[in-house]
Design a protein around this ligand. Structure first.
Ligand code: F6R
Length: 589
């Protein structure tokens, strides 16, 4: 989703801003731009399209000045147009603003400002530039003006601004949006994601809700009332690797092949922390997982594991719905938030509400220092490194690995669990190798179908749902995943001659019943793709998996489904790394 960068020092800002935006590209965007200040003048270039195109077409690298801000936009308010791209400026072209999030009361503020100000875009963001202009005209500094703006706007936001009247200075604030500051001598950075400046410095401080931070020769944090607040700098221990495809056509394929390593790294946890979390989960009166998309499917696997291995029942509520259940959340509730980015606005909203009600928050996060990690009483990091493909693949596997670790620990079998997951992990490389060509051929057969269904039972139901999500998000084929037994309660009406039905039926205790459901689709002409360790007459196509213990099947069944989605996307001419309309980090509700 939108990404912000800001930089001030005594060297040209544009190259640093553009490098920063490049690092945020993976989050998904539709337009890009930067603004710099030089000799009392604001230089701004922005447009719709990929960063490289915008950079070339508007000579962004040539924008002079040592202080600047940059942005990649994922449209929310207003279409994908040059006017709506950020930065946004005031009427006099003296102030430039970039913003992530949504300003809820922008229409009302726009109506108020319209008679005196000239609006050039349809965005909610532009009102911030004009409000700052109003207050600066009253004689306030940019910092004081920002403090006054914060009192006027409602919503979720991370905002950074510069003004020609205060060259060499950046002012920023946030509410429920990510914002982090970095320093390296006299070079000061701000960004919505530390990855944007990780190649320059690991010395960071997190901006908290309501803070106004000023970056010039110093970095000073103040609160809504202007009182200084202390935000400690710390070194984040994240190795910066230039994202490269390392010979793969797409990041997604590279990341699928990184799965075995991702699982091994996820198992490297502080054993005391895992033990403590496991004990707390067992003791809690009520345990609720909350997450969105793929992370929610990991939670569904977790729910099954906790029940099957430790006899602990938990609920799973999707992030965007969780706060509606806050009447039942109190100090006896333990919430487990799962999120790769740690910045998903829907999850943050539910977690905030749960915290207010006294719940304990545990989380499983990939991005170090992200908002959800910082809101948690305890947090486990996935340790799978940055995931660049928009579709979650290796991070899902890391989430599963940690859920196995917790579940086995809850059953007082931690070491056994670690060993078993490691053993299964070794077979995953084989799954990728054995199935690559076969799955690519199957994708070629089904690429023209409009719909595809995925069915499974027990622990693999979540994998059916995840397989369907993967297919629809990158191939744009309609797909649904459901418990096999649920099919006949409605969806069977949609099965016709040639409809692909992916049947996940490992040879465990669900095998016969799942196969019976597959037969119901076959009888109506379905093209059955079986995912199992053995071929069967029912299957029109067979994707082979390794035999394992029932609870470990998700680890081996999901990989071929990720491959099926990948090859379907490629066969249809799509870029699997950057699916249309989607963003990697969903920072708006
Ligand atoms: C699907 C996908 C999304 C995310 C969802 C939650 O491939 O990537 O469904 O899983 O947006 O994101 P996180 O895990 O960052 O909270």
């Amino acid at each position: 989703m939108c990404g912000i960068v800001g930089f001030t020092s005594d060297e040209p800002a544009a190259p640093v801003l553009l490098r920063g935006l490049k690092c945020l590209e993976y989050r998904g965007y539709d337009s890009a731009g930067i603004a710099t200040i030089c000799n009392g003048q604001l230089n701004c270039g922005k447009d719709v399209g990929k960063l490289d195109e915008v950079c070339t077409n508007h000579n962004l690298i040539g924008l002079v000045g040592n202080t600047g801000i940059g942005h990649v936009r994922w449209a929310t308010h207003g279409g994908v147009t040059m006017e709506n791209a950020h930065p946004h400026c005031d009427c006099k072209q003296e102030i430039a603003v970039v913003h992530n999030g949504i300003i809820d009361n922008y229409e009302e503020l726009r109506a108020e400002l319209r008679s005196e100000h000239c609006f050039k875009s349809q965005t909610d963001t532009e009102i911030v530039a004009h409000l700052l202009e109003e207050y600066v005209e009253e004689g306030l500094s940019l910092e004081a003006a920002m403090r006054k703006v914060v009192r006027r706007i409602r919503g979720t936001y991370s905002i950074a601004a510069i003004s020609v009247r205060e060259p060499g200075r950046l002012v920023a604030t946030r509410k429920d949006g990510p914002l982090v500051v970095g320093r390296d001598g006299n070079r000061k950075f701000i960004a919505s994601d530390a990855l944007a400046f990780m190649e320059h410095t690991h010395d960071v401080a997190y901006v908290e809700d309501g803070d106004i931070v000023v970056l010039d020769e110093d970095i000073v944090f103040t609160n809504e009332d202007g009182a200084a607040v202390d935000r400690a700098f710390k070194t984040i221990d994240w190795r910066w690797d230039e994202p490269t495809k390392q010979g793969y056509d797409y990041y997604m394929m590279k990341e699928i092949t990184e799965t075995p390593d991702a699982i091994r790294c996820a198992l490297e946890q502080d054993k005391d922390l895992i033990l403590d979390m496991a004990m707390n989960i067992l003791r809690a009166k009520q345990v609720v997982f909350t997450a969105c998309g793929t992370s929610r499917y990991a939670a569904l696997v977790g729910r099954y594991l906790f029940s099957r291995l430790a006899g602990k029942f938990c609920d799973v509520i999707m992030g965007s719905e969780f706060h509606y259940f806050s009447d039942s959340v109190d100090k006896n509730t333990l919430v487990i938030a799962i999120s790769q980015s740690g910045e998903t606005a829907d999850v943050i909203q539910g977690v905030k509400k749960a915290r207010e009600n006294g719940a304990t928050i545990f989380s499983m996060i990939n991005m170090i220092g992200s908002s959800i990690a910082r809101m948690s009483d305890r947090s486990i990091y996935l340790n799978c490194g940055p995931e660049i493909g928009v579709a979650a693949t290796k991070s899902f596997m890391s989430q599963l690995a940690i859920l196995y670790l917790l579940a086995f620990t809850m059953a007082n079998r931690m070491d056994e669990g670690i060993q078993k997951v490691r053993d299964v992990c070794d077979t995953i490389e084989g799954v990728i190798e054995t199935n690559g060509l076969r799955v690519e051929r199957i994708a070629g057969l089904t690429k023209h179908n409009n719909s595809c269904y995925y069915i499974a039972r027990g622990i693999n139901f979540a994998i059916a749902a995840e397989g369907a999500l993967k297919l629809k998000e990158i191939s744009y084929i309609h797909a649904e995943g459901m418990p096999a037994g649920e099919l006949k309660h409605g969806t069977l009406a949609l099965i016709e001659k040639g409809t692909p039905v992916v049947v996940i039926c490992p040879k465990d205790y669900t095998f016969e019943e799942t196969l019976a459901n597959a037969a119901e689709t076959k009888a109506r002409g379905a093209f059955v793709i079986g995912v199992s360790e053995e071929n069967h007459a029912m299957f029109d196509e067979w994707i082979e998996i390794h035999a394992t213990e029932e609870i470990f099947y998700p680890l081996v069944t999901v990989v071929p489904l990720q491959l099926l989605a990948y090859y379907s996307a490629v066969a249809r001419g799509n870029d699997p790394d950057r699916p249309r309309n989607l963003a990697k980090s969903v920072t708006v509700k």
